[in-house]
Design a protein around this ligand. Structure first.
Ligand SMILES: NC(=O)c1ccc[n+]([C@@H]2O[C@H](COP(=O)([O-])OP(=O)(O)OC[C@H]3O[C@@H](n4cnc5c(N)ncnc54)[C@H](OP(=O)(O)O)[C@@H]3O)[C@@H](O)[C@H]2O)c1
Length: 228
């Protein structure tokens, strides 16, 4: 059945592969967001994919998104996948880095959901992408205090919104990803070889986004083979 799917953070890495996967079904319409898409971006050739600029690090996420969301009839799936990482000892973190981590990873997600809310309906599924670093009780790593605390906030947001949404039929869940070979992983753990490539994680995310909302709501799911 045709679906309207929004993917925030779709220009590369896991988000890019997630969009490619959804786009294989010509009935789907995939509305993609990132700060920028290069002229001959890998997604440009798909007729059922729309590419839009959105910068979650700016405070006016609602204003940036509103005109594009207004054009949609409804949203079946919203995947909040964009992420910002800063790797630094806690004492050296600048205020601007803390603000950017929380604006992109937490407040931007909240603002995106707020703006999309009128287009969500019973059966719609919000999938928040967090990290094992934000999963309570998981192994933690030095230098990731801004990133991992912000990802823990995404976990908490999912649980809180699940409560607010429970009468609406809109479902929300959160995937706490383990390591996947992307630019972000290389920034956090230079030289580390992850057990998964983005295509593999994207397969899982797509299947989860399409099917899991029938079975779960407000769940925080670790999706990890190894640590990190
Ligand atoms: N890779 C891993 O091992 C791993 C592990 C745990 C969790 N995760 C999570 O999985 C998600 C995807 O990660 P990834 O590894 O695929 O990262 P990535 O390759 O660095 O891609 C990040 C995506 O987020 C977008 N983005 C970054 N800043 C943005 C901003 N200010 N506004 C809008 N979009 C922005 C990027 O697009 P532009 O730069 O073009 O804006 C890009 O499309 C993230 O939420 C990350 O925290 C990844």
């Amino acid at each position: 059945m045709s679906k309207t799917i929004l993917v925030v953070g779709a220009s590369r890495g896991i988000g890019l592969e997630t969009v490619k996967h959804f786009a294989q079904d010509p009935e789907n319409t995939i509305v993609c967001f990132a700060r920028s898409f290069t002229e001959n971006h890998a997604l440009s050739s798909y007729s059922n994919v729309q590419l839009h600029a959105l910068d979650l690090s700016l405070p006016n996420v609602n204003e940036q998104l509103q005109p594009l969301i207004d054009k949609l009839d409804h949203i079946d799936i919203l995947i909040n996948n964009a992420g910002y990482i800063v790797v630094k000892p806690f004492q050296e973190l600048l205020h601007t880095e803390l603000l950017t981590a929380y604006q992109v990873n937490v407040i931007g997600v909240m603002q995106t959901i707020q703006t999309c809310f009128p287009k969500l309906k019973s059966g719609s599924h919000i999938v928040n992408i967090s990290s094992m670093g934000g999963f309570q009780g998981s192994m933690k790593f030095a230098g990731l205090s801004a990133y991992s605390t912000s990802k823990a906030a995404v976990v908490s947001l999912t649980e809180l919104l699940a409560e607010e949404l429970k009468e609406t039929g809109i479902k929300i869940n959160c995937l706490c990803l383990g390591s996947v070979q992307t630019e972000m992983l290389e920034a956090a753990f230079p030289g580390y070889k992850a057990p998964l490539i983005p295509e593999e994680m994207a397969d899982f995310i797509c299947d989860f986004a399409l099917n899991a909302s029938r079975f779960m709501h407000g769940r925080i799911i670790p999706v990890s083979l190894t640590t990190p």
